[in-house]
Design a protein around this ligand. Structure first.
Ligand code: URA
Length: 241
């Protein structure tokens, strides 16, 4: 008899371990909600987010279709989605990491201090800023200008790929490691990415250099950047014949 009692107690202990207190004493009170509160009466908008942008035929159409994108949490903190700007038929695309405070405020890429330096770098290799198309890996500002998370980059990349498909650039310049990793889909160091020419799936050639914000922090890198962009210009001239 004592043995059976012991076995029953052990079995109950095991069940308690598996199911917790709910079965034993602490019965959870089920709240009966008679009316569905208004804010959850409809499914949130995000559940119906349209994928029509995939069929966009122009950059303007694409921009208007993704303007309210909420595919990653970055949308919560943005003032403006920074789509991209410049020549819609550009031979050259320049890709940065993501909007900073100035870009978020104005809705345009590279308008702050790093943007001014980028304009100067482009000028130094005989490109006017509005001759090229400038965009970023992510289109919403990461809080405190942190590096975007891989999940945020993955959520935004299809838009950039669609921009590449519509613009059909011959050459793409990635600014910094995040842009290189995001676009080339491989993990490497900036040192290894630099000084090489990559064939992109769209037929474009890709090169990588420093991000202008990094050059502002470390002017010693300007020399390396100068070499990179000269090689980029040379490649452009060769491609144009
Ligand atoms: N840095 C970026 O990577 N992109 C911008 O648009 C501005 C600063």
């Amino acid at each position: 008899m004592a043995k059976i009692k012991e076995q029953v107690i052990q079995a109950l202990k095991d069940q308690k371990e598996i199911f917790g207190d709910d079965l034993y004493g602490k019965i959870r009170k089920t709240e009966i909600v008679k009316e569905v509160p208004e804010e959850i009466a409809e499914e949130p908008e995000i559940a119906y987010e349209s994928e029509d942008w995939k069929n966009a035929r122009t950059l303007d159409e694409l921009e208007s279709l993704i303007g309210n994108c909420a595919k990653c949490p970055l949308h919560k903190g943005r003032r403006n989605l920074v789509f991209g700007s410049g020549n819609k038929n550009a031979d050259v695309m320049v890709i940065g990491e993501g909007p900073g405070a100035d870009e978020d405020m104005q809705g345009k890429p590279f308008v702050g201090r790093a943007g001014k330096l980028l304009t100067d770098i482009l000028k130094a290799i005989n490109f006017e800023r509005d001759e090229v198309y400038i965009a970023n890996i992510v289109k919403s500002r990461p809080p405190g200008n942190r590096t975007p998370f891989p999940s945020e980059m993955d959520a935004c990349m299809p838009y950039l790929l669609k921009q590449v498909e519509l613009i059909k650039p011959k050459l793409i310049l990635c600014l910094g490691l995040t842009a290189a990793k995001g676009l080339l889909k491989r993990n490497d160091t900036l040192t290894n990415f630099r000084g090489k020419v990559y064939d992109y799936f769209s037929g474009a050639k890709v090169m990588v250099t420093y991000h202008p914000a990094a050059l502002l922090r470390n002017p010693n890198w300007k020399r390396g950047c100068w070499e990179d962009v000269q090689a980029f210009r040379k490649l452009y001239d060769e491609m144009k014949g």
